[in-house]
Design a protein around this ligand. Structure first.
Ligand code: NAI
Ligand code: OAA
Length: 330
């Protein structure tokens, strides 16, 4: 029996993501947690004729976070505020850092073995925050904590198909590594399958579009938030990959992970010099069983992109670690 929890379930991502999880054969029970409206979303989804109960939990209720998390196998976290035009993901840190910290405190207490999937931005920093909180409670397992970067992969596949006139974007796979914001997102177009040849200005524009795809949506939504539906789809794909692996089925997807503690991770860490990096990960019953070092296969142009990404990630990671080590005065 697999119990999945969505924390931030009443939001723009949370609702469609909960819907997709309700439809998934890999999920037997759904708990929806939020500060508002989660019982309503749960009641709505519970009328869908797929098996498995759905229950809503509000932060202010007695059962609250504890009720939602107890017995959880997987917790997906899209709780927090989204960007408005003119903001960077890092501008969300001030509010979202504390929200993620609070939810992870609950996971450390009530579901320390759950797979944790963090969507809340800035992912480059919220994942280190989560790791530090889990470490404080002596329950940190790098194989079970993931920053969800799947939307970058989904965009890379879609946009690359567009410029290569490939009809079905699902038949394209572009490995995307690094982090999840602007220049920390590194698509390795030279390693695309099937092989595509995209050069010069077309390549530069494509890389830029993948790196700043989030801004495209923020701008188009014009103050009403950021990507929600494509993110719900991407988050669902990632959650299913983790759950397939847990069942012993073959599953691989890129994720932003703590490199120590995952097979192959220390080799990658030696190259990038930071603790966290998004790389292709293979999943198994214990979570991440292998991190694939594809960075050495990147071409010269991509090596330059990697350098810039690593520089950006350093600050994002230390900001997250520092937030837990030296909590800001209220
Ligand atoms: N990793 C990725 O690729 C992506 C990440 N995001 C991020 O996901 C987050 C959520 O985005 P949206 O769903 O559009 O925002 P939203 O504002 O529509 O929904 C967020 C939900 O979180 C809830 N929430 C706030 N504080 C909470 C708390 N302490 N505990 C539980 N729930 C709480 C809100 O009540 C709301 O229902 C944002 O930080 C956004 O930047 C968005 C798109 C892609
Ligand atoms: O752009 C944003 O703020 C939301 C996000 O992470 C994305 O769409 O990739």
């Amino acid at each position: 029996m697999v119990k999945a929890v969505v924390a931030g379930a009443a939001g723009g991502i949370g609702q469609p993501l909960s819907l997709l999880l309700k439809l998934s054969p890999y999920v037997d029970e759904l708990a929806l947690y939020d500060v508002v409206n989660s019982p309503g979303v749960a009641a709505d989804l519970s009328h869908i004729s797929t098996t498995g109960p759905v229950k809503g939990y509000l932060a202010k209720d007695e059962a609250g976070l504890k009720g939602a998390l107890t017995g959880a196998d997987i917790v997906v976290i899209p709780a927090g505020i989204p960007r408005k035009p003119g903001m960077t993901r890092d501008d969300l840190f001030k509010i979202n850092a504390g929200i993620v910290q609070n939810i992870i405190e609950g996971i450390a207490q009530y579901a320390p073995k759950a797979f944790i999937l963090i969507i809340s931005n800035p992912v480059n920093s919220t994942v280190p925050i989560a790791a530090e909180v889990l470490k404080k409670h002596n329950v940190f397992d790098p194989k079970r904590l993931f920053g969800v970067t799947t939307l970058d992969s989904v965009r890379a596949d879609t946009f690359t198909a567009e410029v290569s006139s490939i009809k079905d974007p699902k038949s394209v796979h572009v490995p995307v590594v690094g982090g999840h914001s602007g220049e920390t997102i590194v698509p390795l177009l030279s390693l695309t399958t099937p092989n595509v040849s995209i050069q010069g200005e077309t390549r530069d524009k494509l890389v830029n579009r993948i790196q700043f795809g989030g801004d495209e949506v923020v701008k188009a939504k014009d103050g009403a938030g950021s990507a929600t539906l494509s993110m719900a789809y991407a988050g669902f794909l990632f959650a299913e990959a983790v759950l397939k692996g847990a069942k012993g089925e073959a599953a691989t997807a890129a994720a932003y992970i703590h490199l120590d503690g995952v097979t192959g991770g220390s080799e990658i860490k030696q190259k990038v010099g930071v603790d966290y990096f998004a790389v292709p990960v293979t999943f198994g019953p214990e979570g991440a069983v292998k991190a694939e070092n594809i960075l050495t296969k990147a071409n010269e142009y991509e090596q330059q992109l990697l350098k810039v990404a690593i520089d950006g990630l350093k600050g994002n990671i230390s900001k997250g670690v520092d937030f837990v080590a030296n909590p800001p005065a209220n």
